[in-house]
Design a protein. Structure first.
Lengths: 209, 278
């Protein structure tokens, strides 16, 4: 069990983790029986992190990505003929949840990890044929259709490089591309926390539930 | 419980604006009434989004909590003056009040503060009496219940045009315009329902006037901008204002209120499917 004093743990919260945090708010009112498991797990973890006074950080690029996802969701729903007032309602509820989470708990930094991007990109290139990464690509392909890469999106790698600039001890994400937990720790000295290991980490930290 | 909260809470936002008014008026405002009217005008004309309503009482719009708090905490002070036989109280900003302004300034954006300053400057030369008359005339007499129907018709006329622009943006894959135009169409549909609700229940005259004044302003602004929300932050601000004002004053729920009861099962299923891919 790790012994930590309050406020000395620095963690970077990535786009997908923030979206999933807000998803619980939306699903709870909209469709409680379909709350995605990964959303529930990561939100629970983040709530414990806040309670344990972790210093949560994010970057301006993440904020940009959140706006991008919002715009895409709006467009997809409108194309499926959901009435505009209902689309706007959904987006505003989600935006309120995200804004509330960020304003109260997360500091947004304007960092530029460009120098580290080459190293991050090189790391993932080395593992692109790794079976775990190929499985992630297969899973994504099944979900979204089309041919998908075993590499994370360029923008996601840039965000990871930003997190290394801060520097962060933990990187909180629900992007399966960051499944190489041990390798990332060895290479960048950063611990990945995702829906895949969050419950285990909470046990390690001695956090209940 | 909500009423209790409203009655006993001190809103940082309203407290800040009280002190801001004093600061931008050279540190002194002639009378508490004028200060309260200016606060009301910041909400109505400056489109400040407060978290508690400035209520209409028999003597006009008023909210005491923050004023009393500021007075008892030494953030402002009153100075009684006797002019002829008429006693009046000037309200002044103290050194602690000026410090408090700095402490709370993050509550509003630069744009909101600029707008607030414009409103304060606009009415700086109004006497307390003139300001009171102005508020009463504008916000109590201008619009009647019968105007609600007129505004609903105006919104119904605008909606198809705004909707066409939205569809065009979707086809053009212009996601930024889709976002802006969706906000307009979504809000107009939402406001039309809210006006329906207003027509069916008895609403305080000032609150009705504030909503209808803002709706009128929105419609005129949209006409001048060819019913587009692009490069039209004022319209966006008015939409957010109406939504927040209606919610805080209990006229209608904010669009961001997570009540999805009007959604069909099919819509919910479809939304869940889209969300799961993000």
């Amino acid at each position: 069990m790790h012994s930590r004093s309050a406020g000395d743990t620095l963690a970077f919260v990535e786009t997908s983790a923030i979206i999933n945090y807000a998803k619980v708010d939306v699903y709870s009112s909209l469709y409680p029986q379909r709350i995605p498991n990964r959303a529930a797990i990561i939100r629970n973890f983040l709530q414990h992190a806040i309670r344990n006074q972790w210093k949560l950080k994010t970057s301006k690029k993440v904020i940009g990505q959140l706006a991008f996802h919002r715009d895409m969701i709006e467009k997809e729903l409108l194309m499926k003929k959901i009435p505009p007032a209902k689309v706007l309602k959904l987006v505003e509820v989600a935006t309120k949840a995200i804004r509330g989470f960020l304003e109260k708990n997360v500091e947004t930094k304007d960092v530029d990890g460009s120098d580290l991007f080459v190293k991050v990109n090189g790391f993932f290139e080395r593992y692109k044929e790794d079976q775990r990464m190929l499985d992630v690509a297969d899973m994504k392909e099944e979900k979204k259709g089309g041919i998908t890469s075993s590499l994370p999106e360029q923008s996601d790698m840039r965000i990871f490089a930003d997190a290394l600039m801060i520097p962060s001890e933990y990187f909180i994400t629900t992007d399966n591309h960051f499944c190489l937990e041990a390798e990332l720790k060895a290479e960048f000295n950063i611990v990945i926390i995702s829906h895949l290991n969050a419950n285990r980490k909470m046990e390690d930290f001695g956090w209940d539930g | 419980m909500a009423v209790e909260r409203e009655l006993f809470s001190v809103s940082d936002k309203i407290l800040y604006m009280l002190l801001f008014i004093l600061d931008k008026s050279g540190g002194r405002v002639e009378g508490k009434t004028k200060l309260m009217k200016l606060l009301f005008l910041l909400e109505t004309e400056g489109k400040m989004r407060f978290d508690f309503p400035i209520r209409q009482y028999h003597y006009g719009p008023y909210r005491d909590n923050e004023y009393n708090y500021a007075l008892s905490s030494g953030l402002l002070q009153e100075e009684r003056e006797k002019i002829l036989d008429y006693s009046c109280i000037d309200v002044m900003l103290t050194g602690s009040g000026a410090k408090k302004i700095k402490e709370l300034e993050r509550l509003f954006s630069d744009r909101e503060l600029r707008k607030a300053e414009e409103v304060i400057k606009k009415y700086a030369d109004f006497s307390s009496t003139r300001l009171k008359e102005y508020v009463y005339k504008k916000y109590l007499d201008e619009f009647k219940d019968t105007d609600i129907d007129r505004f609903q018709h105006a919104i119904s006329d605008i909606l198809p045009i705004a909707q066409r622009k939205l569809e065009y943006a979707i086809n053009e894959n212009d996601r930024k315009t889709v976002h802006k135009q969706l906000k307009l169409v979504g809000y107009l549909e939402h406001f039309n329902k809210m006006l329906d609700g207003m027509a069916q229940k008895s609403i305080d005259k000032t609150e009705r006037s504030v909503i209808l004044n803002a709706t009128n302003e929105l419609i005129e602004l949209l006409k001048s901008r060819n019913f587009s929300m692009e490069d039209n932050p004022d319209s966006e601000e008015i939409c957010d204002f109406i939504d927040n004002y209606a919610d805080v004053h209990g006229i209608g729920k904010s669009i961001a209120n997570s009540d999805f009861s009007g959604f069909t099962e099919e819509e919910k299923r479809c939304i869940a499917e889209v969300l799961e891919t993000h």
